[in-house]
Design a protein around this ligand. Structure first.
Ligand SMILES: C[S@@+](CC[C@H](N)C(=O)[O-])C[C@H]1O[C@@H](n2cnc3c(N)ncnc32)[C@H](O)[C@@H]1O
Length: 283
């Protein structure tokens, strides 16, 4: 049954965007009011509310706040992603960054990679496929940890199913697709070996203390999420990544994102398609 969109007044939009920003760092521009309106209308209907004031009250007071914030983030986040998204950048990861790190860690044989806004899993699974291809039979000698985190529990559930629609695999090399997926009832099921290389956890990037418990990373991916943040939240995230990155580690960001105006001691890799950063020496 179609749901009629409930209208959100300018004052209700202002209150809701403040609450969302405070909790997650996601900042809804004026032009994105319709996103909140359209995505939350069904939720209001499910809860039996007739206007956004009632919803705001439910969200910010009373016993169900934590659950409702989770439900809201499941609905308002943009989870767009795909396997091998931005291939030229991933090639830099595999050929330049990964190969150097595998050499640098060859005695310890331990590597830790964090996909910090992993959505439905395509990004960390892509990195796992790249590692599987790079290491081949040597993979079993290594202790490789790939963590995918996201604020959306629903996105993480899809990730853990390892089952994808054709939209997710649209830009994959057919040979890689054939090697790592099985087609079943119109869906593409990821190889269990690749699935076993990735672990998923719920994590809000606003929560630096929660992120800290995961320790230090050799590579951090934070792609296509900072576009939803303002400079204060970007600074918070980039500082957190700086604190949690190994001295010779690399941070990858999205191709339409930039760390200009962000006062954290990182320097860009001098390769145009890399969109990646390393710590400034001595910082
Ligand atoms: C557009 S997807 C990007 C997925 C993937 N990194 C890529 O580039 O293909 C953005 C993801 O960021 C997540 N996100 C938004 N705000 C977040 C926050 N404060 N903490 C953690 N994840 C967040 C969303 O739930 C969404 O899954």
């Amino acid at each position: 049954m179609a749901v009629a969109n409930l209208t959100m007044s300018p004052a209700q939009f202002e209150s809701l965007r403040k609450v969302v920003y405070k909790r997650s760092g996601i900042y809804f521009q004026d032009s994105k009011k319709y996103v909140l309106e359209s995505r939350l209308s069904r939720r209001l209907e499910e809860l039996g509310f007739s206007n956004f004031d009632e919803y705001l009250m439910f969200l910010t007071t009373g016993p169900y706040q934590t659950d409702e914030f989770q439900e809201m983030f499941n609905r308002i986040t943009i989870n767009e992603t795909s396997f091998f998204r931005n291939e030229p950048q991933l090639e830099v990861f595999e050929k330049q960054v990964l190969s150097k790190l595998l050499e640098a860690r060859k005695s310890k044989k331990q590597l830790r990679i964090w996909s910090s806004a992993s959505s439905t899993g395509e990004e960390p699974y892509t990195l796992a496929i790249q590692l599987h291809r790079s290491l081949g039979v040597r993979l079993s000698d290594w202790n490789i940890e790939i963590l995918g985190t996201d604020i959306s529990q629903k996105a993480l559930e899809t990730a853990q199913s390892g089952k994808y629609a054709s939209y997710s695999i649209r830009s994959m090399n057919p040979l890689i697709l054939k090697r790592y997926f099985t087609e079943e009832d119109g869906f593409f099921k990821l190889d269990p070996t690749i699935m076993s290389m990735v672990r998923f956890e719920l994590l809000n990037l606003k929560d630096a203390y929660a992120a800290k418990r995961f320790g230090t990373w050799d590579v951090i991916f934070c792609r296509n999420v900072m576009i939803y943040f303002d400079d204060a939240m970007k600074t918070h995230c980039v500082k957190m990544f700086h604190d949690q990155l190994a001295d010779d580690g690399t941070l990858f960001i999205g191709h339409s994102e930039s760390l200009r105006n962000i006062p954290v001691p990182f320097e860009p890799m001098p390769i145009p398609q890399a969109f990646s950063y390393m710590k400034k020496a001595g910082a």
